[in-house]
Design a protein around this ligand. Structure first.
Ligand code: SAH
Length: 359
């Protein structure tokens, strides 16, 4: 059985051809799934019974099961825990803004990048998500909030550039008029900085926004927070960003999680200015989400403001990320971790459920 969400239009047309069906069935089926939100072959009324039977024999529509839903007090952030067919659990966040709904999708079950401040990576990576499984998070979430989603950030659990082929296929599908038809400029991909893959991405001729989890202008302190920094230096990352900007004409985003006493001094702000001066970029300051998996502490409001002012005075475009939904385990990977630690999940594992690599 195949997950039909992993098939793009060409592949589905080809499947029809090989199976002696007309090619136009492919776009009809995609229309049902992506435009009419119909996730049951039986209700695809313009498709004949025997084609439906054939489809049911070969495909399933891989919409995950909703395990838990949380809503922030402010009513604008939703966090969903989804379970895939193989019982693996992932989390997805939806944020409602005045300009539209934005989704934060996971690209892997867990993560193997090992960033010290992040809860997603604590148990390592279990497996990559397929393009259809990334797409399914949008389909299912649209059904849950009963509204269309117009912006996508690849900032959930996982490192998108460590799952390059599936993520690329997802980007192409989500953008396709046969699928969700979401413009590339409404998509942001965030990476911890896998330099050769950033170069590859630049060569794909996409118009998506690249976001870099920088978190420090200094290689030594970055290495303390992010193991990937041992492999690629900040200088190499900046070189790759320049290449991306030249190739795409797009402004690059830098994420900077402010951690008390680690990377929030004015000296670091000054070094960040020196690093980014003249680059077509934007800095997103994030008060670090305190998670129980580590003891990184959030910078004081006063420090955040001073850091921000330093960048602004030096004409570096900067925003401070609004903390949405911090009352609902919205910090990266927390909801999933809490669930994995809970009794109900352990029982599932003992009964032959998903295998989660420990430690
Ligand atoms: N692997 C990708 C995308 C997932 S993480 C990446 O590294 O960019 C999404 C963003 O959340 C990254 O910028 C990451 O550094 C940040 N993040 C992770 N844990 C966090 C925490 N506890 N507080 C604030 N930001 C965090």
């Amino acid at each position: 059985m195949y997950n039909i969400l992993n098939f793009n239009i060409e592949e589905l047309e080809n499947w029809m051809k090989v199976n002696d069906e007309s090619k136009f069935r492919a776009s009809q089926i995609m229309d049902w799934i992506y435009k009419k939100n119909q996730y049951d072959f039986n209700y695809m009324t313009n498709i004949s019974k025997n084609v439906i039977e054939k489809l049911k024999k070969n495909f399933y529509i891989g919409i995950p099961e909703l395990i838990e839903k949380q809503k922030s007090k402010s009513q604008d952030t939703f966090k969903f825990l989804y379970k895939f067919q193989d019982k693996n659990i992932i989390e997805t966040v939806v944020m409602k803004y005045r300009h539209g709904n934005s989704i934060c999708v996971s690209t892997q079950v867990g993560c193997r990048m090992g960033c010290k401040f992040c809860a997603s990576t604590v148990n390592g990576m279990v497996r990559n998500l397929t393009s259809g499984e990334i797409l399914a998070q949008i389909l299912k979430s649209q059904t849950e909030i009963n509204e269309r989603i117009s912006n996508i950030v690849l900032m959930g659990s996982g490192e998108p550039l460590d799952n390059y082929d599936n993520v690329l296929k997802f980007l192409n599908m989500v953008n396709s008029k046969y699928s969700l038809n979401i413009g590339q400029r409404h998509i942001t991909l965030s990476t911890c900085g896998i330099v050769p893959k950033i170069m590859d991405l630049a060569n794909e001729n996409l118009q998506i926004t690249l976001a870099i989890s920088l978190h420090s202008p200094d290689n030594f302190s970055r290495r303390d927070m992010m193991p990937i920094a041992n492999k690629y230096s900040i200088e190499e990352i900046i070189y790759a960003c320049k290449y991306y900007i030249n190739k795409t004409g797009r402004r690059v985003s830098f994420e900077y999680a402010l951690v008390k006493g680690v990377n929030d001094s004015l000296e670091f702000a000054e070094r960040l200015v020196q690093l980014l001066k003249g680059l077509l970029c934007h800095v997103n300051l994030i008060p670090v989400n305190e998670v129980k998996e580590n003891d990184f502490k959030k910078s004081s409001e006063d420090n955040i403001k001073k850091f921000y002012n330093k960048l602004i005075e030096n004409k570096i475009e900067t925003t401070i990320r609004r903390e949405m939904g911090s009352d609902i385990d919205a910090a990266c990977g927390q909801l999933r971790r809490r669930y994995l630690e809970s009794k109900s999940y352990r029982k599932g594992v003992e009964n032959g459920g998903a295998l989660v690599r420990r430690g």
